[in-house]
Design a binder for this molecule. Structure first.
Ligand code: NDP
Length: 432
């Protein structure tokens, strides 16, 4: 805490992992001898830089850029870029820290990192977005590379932004190094299923939880918070598997459509028009609640897919009262520690983000594989790989939890399985 004052989200993420680790430390004294916990909390490198750009009125604007290269014991740093006004070092470090263990759980050779800027893309013109991305990459390019650090998207960074970032990287370096960024478009080095991967992967993970309980999505009511990349494709896969998504949200409010959300309309509003979710209610006659809590909507499965700390103990109480059975995190750390505790004490099955939302980064690693071999795989093959990876993560969490006498505890399973894999690699690589 003293080393990282004011970084509350980072403290929260570290605390959440370390809560699970006492049985590991007792069993593996060599981790203590090698100060693995102290080392793993200290990023290998943190870069903070000025991002000047010119807005449409000709005024120079200044934002702050970040890249935290947290841990490369398993492979090049890998993790997304977030453009949102709330971004500061504490957010980037929490995301980077989570990413270390998530990436380990995928079983792919990728380390952990994260970056972004306090730039707010909302209301900016396309040219302003391009000028910002070009300026951001003009500094970032010297720190990244396919063997060093491979950024991707996150909140506020989708295909359009990755395009402008990649274009500027290519221009500065004079190299078509496709493996330097993931989330690229399909005609210029991207992978099938990357757009859908985090949402689909989340729902594949929940499907495994349901199968373990000898049930399925059939007839289940599902609430998905957010209406961005993760939320839309989680909702799509839920409906393909027989569930009904009855509510979705954005930062302005939420909509309830009891017959099931019309995803074509949602995609048109969010992906094409870049509009607000209230427009959905206007077009469909669905109920729109401004500034309310989406967790008041009764459901059996809740999928928080918007942002950190969006589900607290009061929201948990409301979900429990309405009979929720499963909460699975599509976003990073969307549930507060008190919220998680309340849900688990009430017997709700809880899947932590670092396991349940790992499908996105896993498919990014598949994109890197395709780039390295100058190949591209079909949608079906890539989707099958994603499903296999999610089943593998689920199995790993289950068996690790059992091994440590906490059967069914996916939080402990994910934290311990991710941590031991990174810790073992750090031991093998020596004191570096
Ligand atoms: P997007 O920018 O595509 O969408 C974010 C969504 O969340 C938007 O609907 C946004 O609404 C909403 N939102 C953001 N902040 C708030 C808030 N304070 N209150 C309510 N709603 C909010 O981001 P992604 O879908 O890519 O990311 C969502 C989450 O998933 C993040 O936690 C991210 O870290 C995590 N994640 C993403 C992965 C990916 O592959 N994209 C991979 C793994 C995790 P509005 O438009 O009004 O701001």
């Amino acid at each position: 805490l003293r080393r990282n004052p004011g970084e509350v989200e980072f403290h929260q993420a570290a605390h959440e992992v370390f809560e699970s680790l006492s049985p590991v430390v007792a069993k593996r004294p060599e981790y203590v001898q090698a100060s693995i916990i102290e080392r793993i909390c200290e990023p290998e490198r943190q870069i903070i830089f000025r991002v000047p750009w010119i807005d449409d009125s000709g005024k120079v604007q200044i934002n702050r850029g970040f890249r935290v290269e947290f841990n490369s014991a398993l492979g090049p740093y890998k993790g997304g870029l977030r453009f949102h006004p709330s971004v500061y070092l504490g957010i980037v470090k929490f995301l980077g820290f989570e990413q270390i263990f998530k990436n380990a759980l995928t079983g792919m050779p990728i380390g952990g990192g994260k970056g972004g800027s306090d730039f707010d893309p909302k209301g900016k013109s396309d040219l302003e977005i391009m000028r910002f991305c070009q300026s951001f990459m003009t500094e970032l390019y010297r720190h990244i590379g396919e063997y060093t650090d491979v950024p991707a998207g996150d909140i506020g960074v989708g295909g359009r932004e990755i395009g402008y970032l990649f274009g500027q990287y290519k221009r500065i370096t004079n190299r078509y190094e496709a493996g330097v960024l993931t989330g690229k478009g399909l005609t210029w080095g991207g992978s099938m299923v990357r757009t859908e991967a985090t949402g689909y992967g989340l729902v594949y993970f929940v499907d495994e939880m349901l199968r373990a309980d000898k049930t399925s999505f059939d007839g289940k009511k599902v609430v998905v918070s957010g209406s961005g990349n993760v939320a839309i494709y989680a909702a799509e896969k839920v409906s393909q598997l027989g569930g009904t998504v009855v509510a979705m949200s954005d930062s302005g409010g939420y909509i309830v459509d009891e017959g099931g959300i019309d995803l074509d309309l949602m995609k048109e509003i969010k992906e094409v028009r870049r509009g607000r979710i209230s427009e959905y209610a206007e077009s469909r006659g669905a109920r729109y609640v401004e500034d309310g809590s989406i967790w008041d909507v009764p459901c059996q499965i809740a999928l928080p897919c918007a942002t950190q700390n969006e589900l607290d103990e009061n929201h948990a109480a409301s979900l429990i009262e309405n009979g929720v059975e499963i909460v699975a995190e599509g976003a990073n750390m969307p549930t507060t520690q008190a919220g998680t505790r309340a849900l688990r004490e009430a017997g709700v099955r809880f899947a932590p983000g670092k396991a349940a939302n790992a499908g996105g980064v896993a498919t990014s690693a598949l994109e890197m594989q395709q780039n390295a071999s100058r190949d591209s795989w079909s949608f079906e093959d890539t989707d099958a790989r994603l499903r296999e990876i999610m089943q593998g993560i689920f199995g790993n969490c289950m068996t690790t939890a059992e091994e440590y006498d906490m059967p069914g505890d996916y939080v402990a399973g994910a934290n311990i399985a991710g941590f031991t894999q990174v810790a073992d690699a750090m031991l093998a690589l020596g004191v570096i």
